[in-house]
Design a protein around this ligand. Structure first.
Ligand SMILES: [Zn+2]
Length: 463
């Protein structure tokens, strides 16, 4: 049936015919993009290869080098004008053998993961009493008692927030600053309740950092179940001891790469629209939602436009950034290089919030531009495709970093449904099976549609 093949949005347009000719043309193109993505999308199968054949890929690892080569080959199969690697030096942190943690005496095992960047436990491990707080600032009242102890920060996730990224942000400084704060008071290790939604026995890793001049103490995340177990045990026996052992270490600098594909524009080839996401992941699970879906999704968005015979007016550059998770060196390098080369980076789309059903985009741009997008583009998405969030907001982490050199660039941060992302973010649960094909391809269509709109209407946008 024709009306189904064309998509509901087009039917609405024919029925209510109140849109301009441009809007109709845009609606037709977007309907074609969605149809192609659902019928002929390739993001899901590419994601299968990345996750199942290459697997997790922390910056500096052999797996990430394999992911770089494979991605370059994948881009090479498409009609890009140029596919190349951009050199980036990255610090390589290695987890080493599996961590161990248990409550002494009871031998109650606790599931933990070293936090990214952490040092190893000294000698055969650490055995010490525990001081539990919700907030680092609560440590002050313990003063000297912190010396020689394990500091355990046990702040539960705020389950009331639909915007789970905010819940993450509320507590992430305690992960990054915690070890240094605890070490200042003489603590011997830092145990952090995992930054994730839901209660299960999977610890969530993530980056932490030390402060120069303060002792570096081992830092690890404990699962929510483990944190509740330890909390209950401490209520019964406040002087119980916990054993911790981990083997993680920095292994120096490694040469790695951003992977870049360029599709030259016809009218304004010197003006560049960047789209992409980070290729590296944490070293647990398979880096499926974070960020296999972001890289394979943006690649497939470009492939979709190519397959539909679209000719971009501006140069479109696909960038797979290296090392977002523990340094953001890839995005820094991209920004520096672009600035040195005098390039005009005018707009960006980043996908790094998972591959769940698309809900919209956060926009960093002038108020008039955002209002224009809300008025002109949002109606093209919201009724037919259930994509309705077009709000002022922050760019993605990588675009934000290179964007410092390009304050005028219009930036879009892809926003899939946030409910389940932090159930699996940075855990062993972030695997291919956690991604739904239809949701992923729906996201690809939203990305391709937005890319098409930016490229087609950039000159009409108010500054
Ligand atoms: Zn990510």
């Amino acid at each position: 049936m024709l009306h189904i093949k064309l998509g509901l949005g087009v039917v609405f347009l024919f029925l209510f015919g109140s849109f301009s000719a441009f809007a109709t043309q845009d609606s037709l193109m977007i309907a074609k993009i969605y149809e192609h993505s659902f019928y002929k999308g390739e993001a899901y199968e590419n994601l299968r290869y990345l996750t199942k054949h290459i697997g997790h890929r922390i910056a500096g690892s052999a797996q990430v080098a394999q992911a770089v080569d494979w991605s370059k080959g994948l881009m090479g199969q498409l009609p890009f004008d140029k596919v190349y690697l951009q050199e980036v030096k990255v610090p390589y942190w290695d987890r080493g053998a599996k961590e161990e943690a248990y409550i002494l005496g009871s031998n109650q095992k606790l599931n933990v993961l070293a936090l990214g960047g952490s040092v190893a436990t000294p000698g055969e491990g650490i055995t010490a009493e525990v001081i539990e707080v919700e907030l680092l600032s609560d440590l002050r009242k313990y003063g000297d008692k912190v010396r020689g102890k394990i500091v355990f920060v046990n702040k539960p996730w705020d389950e009331s927030l639909v915007e789970t990224g905010v819940a993450y942000g509320l507590n992430s400084a305690q992960r990054s600053r915690g070890p240094a704060e605890a070490a200042k008071l003489g603590a011997v290790a830092y145990l952090f309740r995992s930054l994730g939604s839901g209660i299960d026995d999977y610890p969530h890793t993530g980056a932490t950092r030390y402060v120069k001049g303060i002792d570096s103490i081992p830092a690890m995340a404990i699962s929510a179940v483990g944190a509740n177990t330890l909390h209950a045990a401490l209520e019964e026996a406040p002087h119980l001891k916990v054993f911790l052992r981990q083997h993680s270490a920095w292994k120096g600098e490694v040469l790695s790469h951003n992977v870049i594909g360029e599709w030259k524009g016809t009218d304004h080839p010197e003006q560049i629209i960047t789209i992409g996401g980070h290729l590296d992941s944490w070293d647990v699970g398979e880096g499926a939602h974070d960020n296999g879906t972001g890289t394979m999704g943006t690649l497939d968005a470009l492939r979709t436009l190519m397959a539909l015979g679209y000719k971009p007016k501006h140069t479109i550059r696909l960038v797979f950034y290296m090392n977002e998770e523990n340094g953001v060196h890839g995005a820094s390098q991209y920004g520096l290089q672009s600035k040195q080369n005098g390039e005009q980076l005018i707009a960006a789309i980043e996908s790094d919030a998972g591959g769940f059903a698309p809900r919209g985009f956060d926009i960093k741009g002038g108020a008039e531009a955002v209002a224009w997008i809300q008025r002109s583009w949002k109606p093209l998405f919201e009724e037919s495709y259930w994509v309705s969030r077009f709000l002022p907001g922050s760019p993605g982490v990588d675009s934000g970093v290179w964007g410092k050199h390009y304050p005028g660039a219009l930036m879009f941060n892809f926003r899939p449904d946030p409910h389940r992302y932090f159930d699996l973010h940075h855990t062993a649960k972030d695997v291919f099976e956690a991604v739904d094909k239809r949701e992923l391809q729906s996201g690809v269509a939203a990305l391709a549609s937005l890319l098409y709109l930016i490229d087609t209407h950039y000159e009409a946008l108010p500054n």
